[in-house]
Design a protein around this ligand. Sequence first.
Ligand code: ATP
Ligand code: MG
Ligand code: MG
Length: 406
Amino acid sequence: CEASFGSQEISLRRDDFQSHGLPEMVVGVLGGGQLGRMMCQAASQMAIKVIVLDPLEGCPASAVAHEHVIGSFTDNDAIEEFAKRCDVLTVEIEHVDADTLEKLEKRGVDCEPKASTIRIIQDKYLQKVHFARHGIPLPEFTQIDDLESAKRAGELFGYPLMIKSKRLAYDGRGNSVAKSPEELSSAVSALGGYDRGLYVEKYAPFIKELAVIVARGRDSSILCYPVVETIHKENICHIVKAPAYVSWKVRSLATDVACKAISSLEGAGVFAVELFLTGDGQILLNEVAPRPHNSGHHTIESCFTSQFEQHLRAVVGLPLGDPSMKTPAAIMYNLLGEDEGEDGFQLAHKLIGRALRIPGASVHWYDKPEMRKQRKMGHVTLVGPSMGILEARLNTLLSDESLDFH
Ligand code: ATP
Ligand code: MG
Ligand code: MG
């Protein structure tokens, strides 16, 4: 896993390169949210052309992409048309039409990561089956089709029981907890019923949530970013601390599990591996994202190669960059929508105003046209000499008195 850095060869022919030595390739990204936006920002630094496919006019990536094509990443025709203009296709969201990607691959279109990877990841149940087969430690899980099977699962795994929707989940929308057998029906209804396609997981008694970003090049070389701690608020990633404050043994186990999980998937790019650390030092895999991830936003300021640059390097076939940290510590704080509409914007602007006064703080605002409660609107990254100092600075950012801080 700690693959040697810098030993890879560029495998492209000389005439594939532009005058500055970087490949003349158009990277097509399915999805134009904040991840697409930050990918475009990294691309512009290296003059790599990124075009994005997203149905929303004014989507976060539209202002920074080489071009924004308006269309749906779940629509066969839109993807096929889009693909004609790209040398390589990649994703910033896993909920894309995997059938179309598979079809395109058969016709020789280059998709990174591969359609098979997207297909496995976008169905969380299939994902769990896949990783279990590859010997990755996971919370126990089983499919449920009706109240009977849900009750049986409850007896087997105990309560609280985590009920999850197989598809289209993000930010915890798709998760529901039943604290007792009596709560099963309402927890299932909250997810839209059994027809939605549900499964259950044994509740993981974690003491910390960790995450590892793993990068894989087209030559299958693998590099891992430092293990981070993710802190969730109501199922949504809220704070990320890098590096995670855990023992060397836990760091190494988390990195090994993450590498092993990603080695079982096909294609190039960065992947995020979300993990649970239990009280007895076990590492269990929660889920994998086949793309840059919220737990890797800190890398923009804190690592030699950001996850976004790394993803581009990987998909176009450049050597992977150094994933190690260039600052001793980093904290990422998500700016989540506090309120609908104008009030929400005012609260966010107040926080940004404070962040701008804090040493080592960088503000990212995704420019989403609408504010919604709990929506990821932006983030602030703090870098500095120690985690203790950064925690104090985060407290300053979040305390009301800090408005007077100069
Ligand atoms: P995202 O894709 O935004 O990370 P998601 O909607 O796919 O989120 P999950 O990652 O499955 O949702 O779960 C969200 C959070 O819920 C986890 O980060 C964790 O805090 C909690 N959680 C999920 N599964 C379990 C489990 N089996 N036991 C205990 N807590 C869990
Ligand atoms: Mg998820
Ligand atoms: Mg998750």
